[in-house]
Every structure is written in C-alpha cells, then in structure tokens.
Design a protein around this ligand. Sequence first.
Ligand code: GLY
Length: 263
Amino acid sequence: MSFSTHFTHAITRRPAASITKGLRAVDIGTPDLGLMQAHHDAYIATLRETGATVIELPPLDAYPDSVFVEDTALCLPQGAIIMRPGAPSRLGEAAEMAPHLRALYGQVLEITGPESFVEGGDILVTEREILVGRSARTNAAGIAELARLTAPLGHKLREVHTPPGVLHFKTDCSLLDAETVLSTTRLSASGCFQGYRLIDIPDSEEAAANTIRFNDLVLMPQGFPKTRDRLLAAGYDIREIGNSECAKLDGGMSCLSLRFTPK
Ligand code: GLY
C-alpha cells in the first residue's frame, strides 16, 4: 500500500464567516459561505466513503484562509512537521494545527524560522521523494530547513519551482498513484517530473490540476469534463466535488485536508 496515496486519517477545518476576506490573486467574486460549506460537506463525506477517519476542526474566524489546512503541516508516515506559512495573515494557522497533530503523532517537528517559510501546498510527497516548489510563499531557507528535518526521517527532498503567477506547486499538479502525476504542461515543461508517468491537463482546464488521490478515489473539482474523461480513461475512480467558492480564493482539493496515517 502506497504511503503517498493511502491514509487512515484526514483533518479538515470548517470554513469561517471571515472566508470572504480570504487571500486571492485576482478578485473574481466573494465566496458564498453557505455554498462553500455544502461543498466542504461533500468533500468530507467522500473522504469518509473510503473508510478513513475524518476530523473536522471548528472554524477559526481570526484566520480567513484557515479552511485550507494543508498549508499548516507536512504529514509523513514517520512524523508530522509544522509549517511556517509565507503569507503573514496565515502564519498563526500553523500553531492552531500543532496540538491536533501532537495528539495523533509520536513525533511532531516544526519549521522554526525566523527567515524560513514553507506552505504545505508547495509540497508533493511521492513514494520516492519529496518535491518542494519554491514560490512566493515558500523560500530557499524554508526548503533548506525542511530538508534538514526530513532527512533523518528517511526522505529525500528535491527543490523544484512553482510556475510564476501560480500560488502553490500543487496548484498545478497532483499525485495519482505511486508512479503517476497529473500536471499542467506549463509546470511539467520544466522537466521536474522526469521518471514519473505523466498525465497532461488538457488545454484550458489548468484549474483541474489540483486533485487528490485518497485511498481508492481521486477527488477532482467539478466542471472539467476533458480532465475527468482523461482520468476515467486511465482507470481512476473519480468523484467530482464542487469547488467554485474555494476557487475564488485559489484553493482546491488538496488545500482542504491533511491526509495521513499517524504513528
Ligand atoms: N487563499 C489561499 C491562500 O492564498 O493561501
């Protein structure tokens, strides 16, 4: 069973009323809390459909982006590492997550800074390595500190680049199974996925690149028929989840959970 796609647990956090003030690269409208909550409920029900335990944390109104829990930690089979988000308004979210991971994991480490910043959305864990995209949120010092923490846990880390203007590395890619990555061509053109089987995102569906493989299912955002058909043809068991409200804040399937098997 692949540790990078199969998990016993997930942690999510309910969206707060302050989600209307969430960070966004371009303002394409104010997210509707009720609709976002309905999409969030469907997302959690789908994770549970696989038999996993899903912990739902309460909303944190002080942190408008706190529904995007993935950015607060890196969860590996050997332990968890608390991140240091590069967005100043999100820095405090990591400390809010730490006690929940300490309750589940024997080993919890943390990025301490002060100059290091890493957000979980820039980290893709595969069976053979951890890829970390340098971005506006994740800097070289953060990647170096993360590499020092992951090496004793037995993981090789490789620095890659998040495309300019793209929020996170995983905004543009997802791991579909131990060997296969779904990616936009603007990202894969860098050569960063050499050695992996690659499925390209069809033209004009870049916003579908952020999916998650969670146990036997692939959760993908609704509204991308060419990507859906490509994944179905490749044999994946797909569930389409509404993402219109999170997309207004540059969020997607991976951003909404931490996925792990605690030890
Ligand atoms: N709105 C998600 C983020 O910018 O972190």
